[in-house]
Design a binder for this molecule. Structure first.
Ligand code: GTP
Ligand code: MG
Length: 423
């Protein structure tokens, strides 16, 4: 992890295109400030320009670049964060003209993922994405540096000590291939583990998905009694964790927490996190968590829907959950605009119980009811019945106990074959 001794002063900057509404432009800038803070920068100022398009050479127009240079000097800023993905040559030219480091939105997000990645899988996925992003930029730097193979101390993402010779195109491609092979092997291991687990237990699956910071991990903890990482920063979670719904339900339901989404999630990341996001595809229910207190929640909701479509999860049933209602949001409007949604706060126990109930109920539609008769001689099987089914009613007579149960068809069939059934 990169150590930050003193917060680096940053300027957040963007071209405001005519096609982008004021509100949306401001929300995106606010989000970039939040991303900057997550990286440990101190945002010293904001710089914008209204323009019909991006300047081909250096993103901002000529006169504006002069203004930006002055703002940087006045604020003693060390880095400019651009709220778009810009080309390698635009970044290079802008850096040269304004005299400080330039990072675009994609690089900022990649850097956060890089710092937060913990598991081998997450690390490999982020590295593939970063290499894919860096390759054309290193080529551009090499081109600008001329024939001499000088190392460039430019954009923030590159680890030190690598010259262009070492990181040429072919080497990057080889490294990506190597990481991909590693990932495939790890994913295979996970798949067989998962397949085995599912075969054994036949569990129902739910995935928590949504925009970054919506409260997915908080709900994961509350719903499963687990210790998922919760943090008020963007992209706190990069690994998928899986836990059973607690208190346990019939059938047992497994819940997984997933990586958060964001506007303009770099396509490199979507591609490389595909295997992690496959968790979401395997689920039979997606719980889409939205921060109801965020004024830009509609946009965040739409972005999540887009990414879910992109990874092929369009057909998976959804439960829309508006969280953080204790912080704000119009509960009545949400209920009427999004029929069937849940409006709640992760801070309220009763709300968590309601969500727990809604998730469990969505899997109970497939259950069947039956009545079993357990002779007194077979009472040691009671444990199995109680563990695999919900016992709705119990009556005893001289010969044994009647149990009215509800469970998955296969379990119920097996139990009925084992025990005498009296209707
Ligand atoms: N007030 C309030 N805060 C909440 C609620 N739910 C979560 N939070 C806070 O929101 C912040 C983000 O929560 P997380 O659970 O880490 O969010 P996440 O969706 O997992 O975020 P990423 O892993 O970054 O995608 C934390 O500071 C939580 O304590 C809620 O219902 N009300
Ligand atoms: Mg999380």
């Amino acid at each position: 992890m990169t150590q930050q001794r003193k917060a680096k002063r940053a300027i957040v900057a963007a071209v405001h295109l005519a096609s982008v509404r004021e509100l949306e432009f401001e929300a995106s800038l606010a989000e970039l400030r939040q991303l900057a803070k997550t990286l440990g920068f101190e945002v010293a100022g904001t710089f914008t320009q209204k323009r019909a398009g991006f300047d081909k050479t250096a993103y901002f127009g000529t006169g504006k670049r002069e203004e930006l240079k002055e703002l940087i000097l006045a604020n003693r800023a060390k880095i400019i964060l651009i709220d778009h993905e810009i080309s390698p040559s635009q970044a290079f030219n802008l850096e040269k003209e304004v005299g400080c480091e330039v990072m675009d939105r994609t690089m900022v997000i990649l850097e956060i993922f890089h710092r937060h990645a913990r598991s081998r899988i997450a690390r490999a996925q982020v590295e593939i994405a970063r290499l894919g992003y860096m390759a054309p930029r290193l080529r551009e730097a090499a081109k600008q540096a001329g024939p001499k193979d000088r190392a460039r101390s430019g954009t923030g993402g590159r680890s030190g000590g690598e010259s262009h010779g070492e990181l040429d195109r072919r080497k990057i491609r080889d490294r990506i291939a190597e990481l991909q092979t590693e990932l495939d092997a790890m994913a295979l291991g996970r798949h067989t583990q998962r397949a085995r687990r599912q075969e054994r237990q036949g569990l129902a699956r739910v995935a928590l998905v949504g925009y970054t910071n919506a409260g997915k991990s908080t709900l994961m903890r509350a719903l499963t009694g687990s210790e998922a990482l919760v943090a008020d920063k963007l992209f706190a979670t990069l690994d998928t964790t899986v836990r059973a719904l607690h208190p346990e339900t019939v059938p047992r339901v497994l819940v997984s927490d997933t990586v958060g989404f964001i506007k303009n999630l770099p396509h490199e990341l979507v591609a490389s996190f595909k295997s992690t996001l496959d968790e979401a595809l395997e689920a039979s229910l997606l719980v889409h968590v939205v921060d109801a207190s965020d004024p830009g929640f509609e946009r965040q909701l739409a972005v999540t829907d887009e990414v879910l479509d992109e990874i092929g999860a369009k057909a998976v049933p959804r439960l829309l959950v508006f969280n953080k209602i204790d912080r704000g949001g119009d509960e009545a409007a949400l209920r009427s605009n999004y029929p069937g949604c849940i409006v709640m706060s992760a801070r309220r126990e009763a709300d968590i119980a309601k969500l727990h109930q809604a998730i469990a109920a969505s899997f109970q539609g497939d259950l069947v009811e039956a009545e079993l008769f357990l002779p007194w001689a077979a009472q040691k099987m009671r444990g199995e019945v109680f563990a695999t089914c919900k016992v709705l009613e119990e009556r005893a007579d001289g010969e044994g106990a009647f149990l009215r149960i509800r469970g998955e068809p296969e379990t119920v069939k097996r139990l009925r074959e084992q025990f005498r059934v009296r209707r």
